[in-house]
Design a protein around this ligand. Sequence first.
Ligand code: UD1
Length: 422
Amino acid sequence: MEKLVIEGGRPLRGTVQVSGAKNAALPILAATLLTDGTCELHNVPALRDVATMIRILRALGVRVQQSNSTVSVDPRGYAGVEASYKLVSTMRASFCVLGPLLAKHRKARVSLPGGCVIGPRPVDLHLKGLRALGASITIESGYVVAEAKELRGAHVFLGGAYGSSVLATANVMMAATLARGTTVIENAACEPEVSDLADCLIAMGAKIHGHGTPRLEILGVRELAGVTHSVIPDRIEAGTYLAAAAMTRGALTVVGARAEHLGAVVDKLREAGVDITVVNGSQIRVRGRRALRPVGVTTLPYPGFPTDMQAQMMALMCVTKGISVITEKIYPDRFMHVAELNRMGAQVMLEGASAIVKGVQTLSSAPVMASDLRASAALVLAGLAAHGTTEVSRVYHLDRGYEHLEEKLVTLGASIRREKED
Ligand code: UD1
């Protein structure tokens, strides 16, 4: 295993390019399973999760080639219908091959993903949506076995206790593209990654209306063709760099981001006193001021503040004088980073699904352990701002979601290196 060693206290300065969005690339790679032609996907980030999805496609019999940020997928003639526990358990997003496999082959066998450190993560909404389309679904030895003579359009409400679901919307939307008749998904997720998937499906020949809104309408077609598509930029990666600049009191230009996808994050950072200028929609200039203000943050489905930025925002509030309250409404247990931030001298107290953060002057370095992707990002931010040398272990979590993280940070003036763990 590897760790990151960070000498903190250096303000980040310069320009950073945002990579393609992991959470858009993964379902789009799954969507290629619906087509009868070759697909060329651009701006695909070279990440561990993308590699996992490519392994799943290959295991199904799909030919995939990867060259830099372009992935060429040739699904013609693939016959596999199973995604194994070994692969699905390493990445929940693998579960979104279920809808495409079912639509294409009328049969699919996909391992249940199970829980993860950010809490129990059920798949009931995925199954509800696919059942509404006429699939018969059973659970056998930890696998979801889905079958259908034919999929038929249906009206389905995809809301759970925590609101809409990104991947359930993706799964059901993908299955509906090849169903007979019209499907309406109410309470659909509005995240930009769902819209990017819809745009890609439309380019394949799907008939979809209303993406980006809570009411999706999908008119089933007989077949989908190959496509060339460029994945949208990663709004969470962009947001992480904005927080990093604010936290180290540096000045960055984040290039290639779509400011329109970062509304809630930019709004909160501005409320905290961070100086942010959107230059032309795809360039965001950020300057961290010395005296920031505490804020209240509540995570919500898009366009609300993203849960995937909660940990990074908390890291920033840890060094912002005053009391901030951060409430998690998507994953109430997603606070694994709190204990580690406190080991670095932060003062965070948990009260149910809220964290009460009392800002301190500075954080002190410490060996810390990453528990999940975004928690790891928060620890890296804390390390960049702390006095002394911070070691973040289990860095493989970061490799799931941040392309060339150390290289990008080093270019911005950070002192960060990767070492083997003892
Ligand atoms: C996606 C993102 C993840 C992000 C999350 C919320 C990908 C690959 N991952 O995950 O980075 O943190 O959206 O923005 O895109 N739920 C149910 N039943 C279901 C499905 C979900 O109750 O069948 C609940 C979840 O437990 C959670 C909430 O709905 O409380 C939202 O989860 P969901 O949007 O489904 O997350 P993912 O799509 O798995």
